[in-house]
Design a protein around this ligand. Structure first.
Ligand SMILES: [Zn+2]
Length: 83
């Protein structure tokens, strides 16, 4: 997707947004990595890619410091390969 080609429909109709799709508590804030309803938690911006051909989108966290902390946060569980 980052190469401009949609992995779902194969079209070169991918747009990006560096402060993209959000999943904050209100639906309007930045992505919440830690915390829940009513808490401040750790928030960061998402980098989104959206295909205008089929509507598929992907989100990435560009904040390396935040990514390094995820394993210390209880609500995030490592997915075992091949489960
Ligand atoms: Zn597509």
């Amino acid at each position: 997707m980052k190469d401009g080609i949609c992995p779902k429909c194969g079209q070169a109709s991918v747009y990006e947004c560096t402060k993209g799709v959000t999943y904050g508590n209100t639906g309007a804030g930045p992505f919440v990595i830690e915390g829940g309803w009513g808490s401040v938690g750790h928030e960061c911006d998402t980098h989104s890619y959206l295909c205008t051909g089929c509507g598929y989108f992907e989100n990435y966290i560009d904040d390396a410091e935040m990514l390094a902390k995820v394993h210390t946060i209880k609500k995030w569980t490592l997915v075992s390969p091949g489960r």
